[in-house]
Design a binder for this molecule. Structure first.
Ligand SMILES: [Zn+2]
Length: 280
């Protein structure tokens, strides 16, 4: 296959493109039956930019879309790819996505519009569009000459993370369960105490030559995932210690200083979510 301009072929006929703002990964798996697109960015305008960039693949249609999870920067472009659009593709996502959209992303969008957060014209345009093919533990998509597997490995970054496995390419598109260009992002429905086990379940499935594409950042390998799993584990252990010692949530990030593997300001939401779960 010739190179596809603007798209980085990270594994055999598996492509990544990194978009600003937020350095979001958008990925494409090319099959004989068409293109499978992973994630749709933050708005209709940003989704239309993806559609324009997909012309680099020539006269090949997007036939399937997958959302790695419900956070706005991965799925607010869905309306421009889904059944009601000119693309008209089915959108696959975890069964927990609709509830997450209602709990976090709709209020977020309404708040941004009410406060005039820029680019407010783009936010006003967003029609939140949940996936129409809901996945529980796993699903397989036949894209023609190859299979793509969708797996939910447990709760972590959210309760609705799906990883996309392309077995014949040794590629895993893992959304924000793993992040490379910044620390893992806690908050907006994260499960800090369960996240380490979920990434451990991912790491167990990886081979030495596997390509892992994070939701934000450059492709990594198994060693990176194992290292980040250890850091996620450390965060969970420190939070459990602080909670057991009776340290209040608002004091915990500073009390844990020197023990966090990630910047302390990012631990505020980790502590908030984990304490809520520890307190039942
Ligand atoms: Zn996310």
């Amino acid at each position: 296959m010739p190179a596809v301009p603007g798209w980085n072929e990270v594994a055999d006929a598996v492509y990544q493109r990194r978009y600003d703002p937020l350095d979001v990964s958008v990925c494409v798996v090319r099959g004989a039956g068409g293109l499978l697109l992973v994630d749709t960015r933050s708005s209709h305008r940003e989704a239309d930019e993806i559609r324009a960039d997909l012309r680099a693949f020539g006269d090949v249609a997007v036939r399937w879309v997958v959302n790695t999870h419900a956070h706005y920067d991965h799925c607010f472009g869905n309306a421009r790819f889904g059944r009601g659009s000119a693309v008209g593709a089915p959108i696959y996502g975890h069964r927990g996505i609709p509830a997450h959209l209602d709990a976090y992303e709709r209020p977020r969008l309404q708040d941004w519009i009410a406060r005039g957060v820029e680019p407010v014209a783009d936010w006003r345009e967003v029609v939140i569009t949940p996936p129409d093919v809901l996945v529980d533990a796993s699903a397989t998509i036949d894209v023609g000459d190859r299979e793509v597997r969708l797996l939910h490995l447990g709760r972590g970054h959210t309760d609705n993370d799906l990883v996309v496995h392309v077995p014949d390419a040794g590629a895993w598109l893992v959304g924000d369960l793993v992040e490379e260009s910044g620390p893992p992002m806690y908050g907006s429905g994260s499960f800090p105490l369960e996240w380490p086990a979920t990434v451990a379940a991912l790491a167990r499935r990886l081979g030495p030559d596997t390509t892992v594409v994070p939701g934000h950042g450059a492709p990594v390998g198994r060693a990176f995932v194992v290292r980040q799993q250890g850091d996620l584990q450390r965060v969970a252990e420190v939070i459990v210690d602080l909670h057991a010692a009776g340290v209040p949530a608002d004091a915990a990030p500073a009390q844990g200083r020197g023990r966090w593997p990630f910047p302390e300001d990012g631990m505020v939401t980790a502590v908030t979510d984990a304490y809520r779960q520890l307190d039942g």
